[in-house]
Design a protein around this ligand. Structure first.
Ligand code: SF4
Length: 282
Protein backbone atom coordinates (compact mmCIF):
# COMPACT_ATOMS: atom_id res chain seq x y z
CA UNK A 1 0.00 0.00 0.00
CA UNK A 2 1.31 3.49 -0.87
CA UNK A 3 2.02 5.73 2.11
CA UNK A 4 -0.52 8.51 2.68
CA UNK A 5 0.25 11.80 0.95
CA UNK A 6 -0.62 15.43 1.62
CA UNK A 7 -0.46 18.55 -0.58
CA UNK A 8 2.50 20.92 -0.30
CA UNK A 9 1.23 24.32 0.92
CA UNK A 10 2.95 26.21 -1.93
CA UNK A 11 2.70 23.90 -4.92
CA UNK A 12 -0.19 21.58 -4.08
CA UNK A 13 1.94 18.59 -5.14
CA UNK A 14 1.30 15.49 -3.07
CA UNK A 15 4.14 14.19 -0.90
CA UNK A 16 4.63 11.29 1.45
CA UNK A 17 6.10 12.10 4.86
CA UNK A 18 9.05 11.96 5.35
CA UNK A 19 9.63 13.31 1.84
CA UNK A 20 11.56 10.90 -0.40
CA UNK A 21 14.61 12.66 -1.90
CA UNK A 22 14.33 13.92 -5.46
CA UNK A 23 10.54 13.85 -5.68
CA UNK A 24 10.00 17.55 -6.38
CA UNK A 25 9.93 19.24 -2.97
CA UNK A 26 10.89 22.90 -3.55
CA UNK A 27 14.59 23.32 -2.88
CA UNK A 28 15.26 19.61 -2.22
CA UNK A 29 19.03 19.38 -2.81
CA UNK A 30 19.10 15.55 -2.99
CA UNK A 31 18.15 12.91 -5.53
CA UNK A 32 17.35 9.25 -5.07
CA UNK A 33 21.04 8.56 -5.78
CA UNK A 34 22.54 10.90 -3.17
CA UNK A 35 24.77 8.82 -0.86
CA UNK A 36 23.37 8.37 2.66
CA UNK A 37 25.41 8.36 5.84
CA UNK A 38 24.25 5.54 8.12
CA UNK A 39 26.70 6.13 10.97
CA UNK A 40 29.34 8.53 12.26
CA UNK A 41 32.10 7.04 10.12
CA UNK A 42 29.97 7.57 7.00
CA UNK A 43 29.46 11.22 7.97
CA UNK A 44 33.23 11.73 8.25
CA UNK A 45 33.84 10.06 4.88
CA UNK A 46 30.99 11.67 2.93
CA UNK A 47 31.55 15.14 4.37
CA UNK A 48 35.28 15.06 3.57
CA UNK A 49 34.52 13.93 0.01
CA UNK A 50 31.89 16.65 -0.61
CA UNK A 51 33.40 18.87 -3.28
CA UNK A 52 30.86 21.67 -3.18
CA UNK A 53 28.23 23.26 -0.98
CA UNK A 54 25.62 21.57 -3.17
CA UNK A 55 27.18 18.20 -2.28
CA UNK A 56 27.11 19.07 1.44
CA UNK A 57 23.47 20.18 1.23
CA UNK A 58 22.40 17.07 -0.64
CA UNK A 59 24.28 14.62 1.55
CA UNK A 60 23.23 16.18 4.84
CA UNK A 61 19.59 16.19 3.75
CA UNK A 62 19.48 12.38 3.55
CA UNK A 63 21.74 11.59 6.53
CA UNK A 64 20.63 8.83 8.94
CA UNK A 65 23.65 8.67 11.23
CA UNK A 66 21.93 9.43 14.57
CA UNK A 67 19.35 6.71 15.39
CA UNK A 68 17.54 8.68 18.11
CA UNK A 69 17.15 11.75 15.89
CA UNK A 70 16.06 9.76 12.84
CA UNK A 71 13.37 8.07 14.92
CA UNK A 72 12.22 11.38 16.40
CA UNK A 73 12.13 13.39 13.17
CA UNK A 74 10.18 10.63 11.38
CA UNK A 75 7.82 10.04 14.26
CA UNK A 76 6.94 13.75 14.38
CA UNK A 77 6.54 13.73 10.58
CA UNK A 78 4.04 10.88 10.65
CA UNK A 79 2.12 10.29 13.86
CA UNK A 80 3.34 13.27 15.90
CA UNK A 81 2.34 16.28 13.82
CA UNK A 82 1.01 19.40 15.46
CA UNK A 83 -2.76 19.48 14.97
CA UNK A 84 -2.66 22.75 13.02
CA UNK A 85 -0.33 21.17 10.43
CA UNK A 86 -1.92 17.73 10.33
CA UNK A 87 -2.97 18.15 6.69
CA UNK A 88 0.51 19.16 5.50
CA UNK A 89 3.36 16.90 4.38
CA UNK A 90 6.34 16.89 6.74
CA UNK A 91 9.88 17.00 5.33
CA UNK A 92 11.07 14.70 8.14
CA UNK A 93 14.71 14.88 7.04
CA UNK A 94 17.77 16.89 8.15
CA UNK A 95 17.73 20.60 7.31
CA UNK A 96 20.68 21.73 5.23
CA UNK A 97 21.99 25.30 5.27
CA UNK A 98 20.12 27.89 3.22
CA UNK A 99 21.13 31.06 1.43
CA UNK A 100 23.89 32.60 -0.60
CA UNK A 101 26.52 30.07 -1.75
CA UNK A 102 29.12 32.87 -1.37
CA UNK A 103 28.09 34.41 1.94
CA UNK A 104 29.89 37.28 3.62
CA UNK A 105 27.81 36.55 6.74
CA UNK A 106 27.19 33.09 8.20
CA UNK A 107 24.37 32.84 10.76
CA UNK A 108 24.53 29.73 12.94
CA UNK A 109 21.56 28.40 14.91
CA UNK A 110 21.05 25.37 17.10
CA UNK A 111 18.92 22.71 15.40
CA UNK A 112 15.66 22.45 13.42
CA UNK A 113 12.34 22.66 15.26
CA UNK A 114 10.16 19.55 15.19
CA UNK A 115 7.16 21.34 13.63
CA UNK A 116 9.25 24.08 11.93
CA UNK A 117 12.14 23.10 9.67
CA UNK A 118 11.35 19.42 10.22
CA UNK A 119 8.02 20.18 8.51
CA UNK A 120 9.08 22.74 5.90
CA UNK A 121 12.55 21.47 5.01
CA UNK A 122 14.12 24.89 5.42
CA UNK A 123 16.06 26.08 8.44
CA UNK A 124 14.15 28.40 10.83
CA UNK A 125 11.10 28.22 8.55
CA UNK A 126 7.54 27.86 9.77
CA UNK A 127 8.01 28.54 13.49
CA UNK A 128 8.04 31.46 15.91
CA UNK A 129 11.83 31.55 16.29
CA UNK A 130 12.09 31.78 12.53
CA UNK A 131 9.65 34.68 12.45
CA UNK A 132 12.14 36.64 14.55
CA UNK A 133 15.33 35.90 12.67
CA UNK A 134 13.84 36.26 9.18
CA UNK A 135 12.21 39.59 10.02
CA UNK A 136 15.54 40.83 11.38
CA UNK A 137 17.45 39.54 8.36
CA UNK A 138 14.96 41.37 6.14
CA UNK A 139 15.33 44.61 8.10
CA UNK A 140 19.12 44.24 7.78
CA UNK A 141 18.83 43.90 4.01
CA UNK A 142 19.80 40.22 3.73
CA UNK A 143 16.44 38.46 3.31
CA UNK A 144 14.14 39.11 0.35
CA UNK A 145 10.98 38.58 2.44
CA UNK A 146 10.13 39.56 6.03
CA UNK A 147 8.99 36.03 6.83
CA UNK A 148 9.75 32.47 5.82
CA UNK A 149 6.72 30.20 5.83
CA UNK A 150 7.53 27.24 3.59
CA UNK A 151 9.98 26.11 0.94
CA UNK A 152 8.90 27.56 -2.39
CA UNK A 153 7.66 30.87 -0.93
CA UNK A 154 10.26 32.93 -2.82
CA UNK A 155 12.45 33.64 0.20
CA UNK A 156 16.07 34.38 -0.66
CA UNK A 157 19.20 35.45 1.21
CA UNK A 158 21.69 37.72 -0.51
CA UNK A 159 25.14 37.88 1.05
CA UNK A 160 24.22 35.62 3.95
CA UNK A 161 23.73 31.96 4.71
CA UNK A 162 21.96 30.41 7.68
CA UNK A 163 22.73 26.99 9.00
CA UNK A 164 21.84 24.83 12.02
CA UNK A 165 24.80 23.49 14.00
CA UNK A 166 22.98 20.14 14.31
CA UNK A 167 20.77 19.33 11.36
CA UNK A 168 18.02 17.13 12.73
CA UNK A 169 15.25 18.16 15.09
CA UNK A 170 16.12 16.85 18.56
CA UNK A 171 13.59 15.94 21.27
CA UNK A 172 13.17 18.93 23.63
CA UNK A 173 15.42 20.97 21.28
CA UNK A 174 18.42 19.36 22.92
CA UNK A 175 20.88 17.24 20.94
CA UNK A 176 23.17 15.00 22.98
CA UNK A 177 26.94 15.69 22.93
CA UNK A 178 27.32 12.51 20.84
CA UNK A 179 24.79 13.74 18.26
CA UNK A 180 26.49 17.14 18.14
CA UNK A 181 29.83 15.46 17.49
CA UNK A 182 28.43 13.06 14.89
CA UNK A 183 26.96 15.98 12.94
CA UNK A 184 30.10 18.13 13.22
CA UNK A 185 31.86 16.95 10.02
CA UNK A 186 28.96 18.34 7.94
CA UNK A 187 29.38 21.72 9.60
CA UNK A 188 33.20 21.62 9.36
CA UNK A 189 32.99 20.98 5.63
CA UNK A 190 30.39 23.70 5.07
CA UNK A 191 32.46 26.29 6.96
CA UNK A 192 35.61 25.27 5.10
CA UNK A 193 33.84 25.67 1.75
CA UNK A 194 32.40 29.13 2.49
CA UNK A 195 35.44 30.45 4.40
CA UNK A 196 37.02 32.28 1.42
CA UNK A 197 33.89 34.50 1.16
CA UNK A 198 33.17 34.83 4.89
CA UNK A 199 33.67 38.14 6.65
CA UNK A 200 31.58 37.64 9.79
CA UNK A 201 29.95 34.80 11.73
CA UNK A 202 26.85 35.47 13.84
CA UNK A 203 25.97 32.74 16.33
CA UNK A 204 22.53 32.49 17.93
CA UNK A 205 22.84 31.13 21.45
CA UNK A 206 25.47 29.49 23.59
CA UNK A 207 25.23 26.08 21.90
CA UNK A 208 26.08 27.54 18.47
CA UNK A 209 28.79 29.70 20.08
CA UNK A 210 30.55 26.65 21.52
CA UNK A 211 30.13 24.63 18.31
CA UNK A 212 31.58 27.46 16.20
CA UNK A 213 34.65 27.87 18.43
CA UNK A 214 35.24 24.12 18.30
CA UNK A 215 34.88 24.08 14.50
CA UNK A 216 37.31 26.98 14.24
CA UNK A 217 39.89 25.05 16.26
CA UNK A 218 39.41 21.92 14.16
CA UNK A 219 39.96 23.97 10.98
CA UNK A 220 43.23 25.28 12.38
CA UNK A 221 41.96 28.80 13.11
CA UNK A 222 43.29 30.74 16.08
CA UNK A 223 40.79 31.16 18.93
CA UNK A 224 41.61 33.53 21.81
CA UNK A 225 42.78 31.94 25.03
CA UNK A 226 41.30 31.57 27.58
CA UNK A 227 38.30 30.34 25.65
CA UNK A 228 35.81 33.24 25.31
CA UNK A 229 32.52 33.04 27.18
CA UNK A 230 29.16 33.41 25.51
CA UNK A 231 27.11 36.55 26.03
CA UNK A 232 24.80 38.70 23.95
CA UNK A 233 26.86 41.17 21.92
CA UNK A 234 30.19 39.44 22.62
CA UNK A 235 32.64 39.74 19.73
CA UNK A 236 35.52 37.29 19.31
CA UNK A 237 38.34 37.78 16.80
CA UNK A 238 38.94 34.44 15.13
CA UNK A 239 41.94 34.16 12.83
CA UNK A 240 41.60 31.78 9.90
CA UNK A 241 44.31 29.37 8.83
CA UNK A 242 45.34 31.91 6.16
CA UNK A 243 45.83 34.60 8.83
CA UNK A 244 42.67 36.57 8.14
CA UNK A 245 40.77 38.04 11.10
CA UNK A 246 37.17 36.84 11.06
CA UNK A 247 34.92 38.37 13.74
CA UNK A 248 32.50 36.08 15.55
CA UNK A 249 29.48 37.93 16.97
CA UNK A 250 27.12 36.39 19.50
CA UNK A 251 23.43 36.96 20.08
CA UNK A 252 20.95 35.37 22.42
CA UNK A 253 19.02 32.69 20.57
CA UNK A 254 15.71 33.69 19.00
CA UNK A 255 13.92 30.99 21.02
CA UNK A 256 10.47 31.79 22.38
CA UNK A 257 11.94 31.41 25.86
CA UNK A 258 14.08 34.48 25.12
CA UNK A 259 11.72 36.51 22.93
CA UNK A 260 8.57 36.00 25.05
CA UNK A 261 10.36 37.01 28.21
CA UNK A 262 12.02 40.08 26.69
CA UNK A 263 15.50 38.70 27.29
CA UNK A 264 16.00 39.26 23.55
CA UNK A 265 14.18 42.23 21.98
CA UNK A 266 13.88 43.23 18.33
CA UNK A 267 16.11 46.20 19.02
CA UNK A 268 18.84 43.96 20.50
CA UNK A 269 18.68 41.65 17.49
CA UNK A 270 18.72 44.59 15.07
CA UNK A 271 21.74 46.06 16.86
CA UNK A 272 23.73 42.88 16.53
CA UNK A 273 22.78 42.44 12.86
CA UNK A 274 23.69 46.07 12.16
CA UNK A 275 27.10 45.38 13.68
CA UNK A 276 27.40 42.17 11.65
CA UNK A 277 26.56 44.06 8.48
CA UNK A 278 29.12 46.79 9.24
CA UNK A 279 31.82 44.16 9.89
CA UNK A 280 30.90 42.30 6.71
CA UNK A 281 30.83 45.41 4.51
CA UNK A 282 33.29 47.86 6.16
S1 SF4 B 1 22.01 15.21 13.35
FE1 SF4 B 1 23.47 15.39 11.66
S2 SF4 B 1 24.68 13.52 11.72
FE2 SF4 B 1 22.83 13.15 12.96
S3 SF4 B 1 21.36 12.21 11.52
FE3 SF4 B 1 20.99 14.42 11.52
S4 SF4 B 1 22.24 15.21 9.81
FE4 SF4 B 1 22.99 13.17 10.31
Amino acid sequence: MRPPTDPHPATGQLFASPVPPGTGWPGDPATARTPRAKDADDVVRLAAAARSLADVDARTSVCRACPRLVTWREQVATTGRRASFADQPYWGRPSPGFGDPHPGLLVVGLAPAANGANRTGRVFTGDRSGDWIWAALHRAGYAALPDSRFAGDGQRLDGARIVPAVRCAPPANRPTPGERDTCAPWFDREVALVEPDLRTVLVLGGFAFDVMLTVARRLGWAVPSPRPRFGHGVQVPLVTASGRVLPLLASYHVSQQNTFTGRLTEAMLDDVLTRARALTHP
